[in-house]
Design a binder for this molecule. Structure first.
Ligand code: AKG
Ligand code: FE2
Length: 318
């Protein structure tokens, strides 16, 4: 079983319907799929790989050696506890890029390259959301408007969706059985676009009760849907558990961009999708509560590595 690989360029040609169906299948059956020919220039992707790897080398590698996962693992090994697994840390170096936070200034081209990359990825996310609108039978732009907290009488979005980019490295781990690269979770937000390492694997998704690889595919963009798409789609598109294994060899790079609702946006199942359900009572047709995304994130911050259902319950009861 392999995660579906979809040629996104075919959306603009004769094979549009087939491609829409492939994406619908990716969303409904997998929650993860890989896009090739996605329109992001390969030359830009090459520069992104280069500046992120250099940034890790010059600014972060030394720091990682003193980080808490390294210290905690060393302690366990020193005590000879090779059968124990660390359950509350990840073997990962991370920093987040948003429009208004501080970015690394080393190497010199880092900022301009990543700015260009983020602009491209944001456009791609919006295209994918429109495909989801179409596949779900929603009005064009529905998901984006929902993530913006709606529009005013002139059609101007009330808020900005959140768009963040998480640059991660998973350095080689001397005891990969004793710690996760990143513990299993579902993503909180909307649409996630991941540019993962060409060679070093480790990302797995839970499919029909089994963990399977998201196979490294050079220059592909891996797409997955988070908890908010599950809610908006009233459960048609489920957010899927995934994790990253620590590996003994190779430093895995991954760059995940998150297109999420504004914290001020109210998220609820799309009424037309609720109306399409066959259950007798409205209560049974509506599978999820209505809530403010900011409130969801407060709950998520405490429960990221736990099941999502109690999060929906908690935020619905607020
Ligand atoms: O690094 C990866 O491949 C996955 C990262 C991830 O799942 C996350 O940041 O939520
Ligand atoms: Fe994730």
């Amino acid at each position: 079983m392999v995660v579906p690989v979809i040629d996104f360029s075919k959306l603009d040609g004769e094979e549009r319907d087939k491609t829409l169906t492939q994406i619908a299948n990716g969303c409904e059956e997998w929650g993860f799929f890989q896009l090739v020919n996605h329109g992001i220039p390969l030359e830009l992707l090459e520069r992104v790989k280069k500046v992120c790897s250099e940034c890790f080398k010059v600014e972060r590698e030394e720091m990682f050696k003193d980080s808490s996962p390294v210290q905690l693992l060393n302690k366990l090994v020193d005590r000879g506890e090779h059968g124990t697994k660390l359950e509350d840390v990840d073997w990962e170096d991370v920093f987040i890029l948003q429009d208004d936070n501080q970015w690394p200034s080393n190497p010199p081209h880092f900022k301009e390259t990543m700015k260009e990359y983020r602009a491209e990825l944001k456009k791609l996310a919006e295209k994918i959301m429109e495909v989801m609108d179409e596949n779900l039978g929603l009005e064009k732009g529905y998901i984006k408007r929902a993530f913006s907290g709606g529009v005013d009488e002139d059609g101007v979005e009330l808020h900005h969706p959140f768009f963040g980019t998480k640059v991660s490295h998973y350095p080689p781990c001397p005891n990969p059985n004793m710690v996760n690269g990143l513990r299993a979770h579902t993503d909180a937000g909307g649409v996630i676009l991941l540019f993962q390492d060409d060679k070093v694997g480790g990302l797995e998704i839970l499919k029909d009760g089994r963990w399977i690889d998201v196979q490294p595919l050079p220059n592909a963009i891996v797409i997955n849907t988070g908890d908010q798409i599950e809610v908006l789609s009233n459960g048609r598109y489920k957010s899927v558990w995934h994790r990253v294994l620590a590996k003994p060899d190779g430093n895995r790079r991954s760059i995940a961009s998150f297109y999420n609702p504004s914290f001020n946006a109210t998220i609820a199942p799309a009424p037309t999708l609720v109306a399409g359900e066959t259950a007798e009572t409205e209560e049974a047709r509506i599978a999820y509560p209505k809530f403010l995304f900011g409130d969801y994130m407060t709950v998520y911050a405490q429960q990221k590595f736990l099941a999502k259902e109690p999060r929906f319950q908690a935020v619905g009861a607020r």
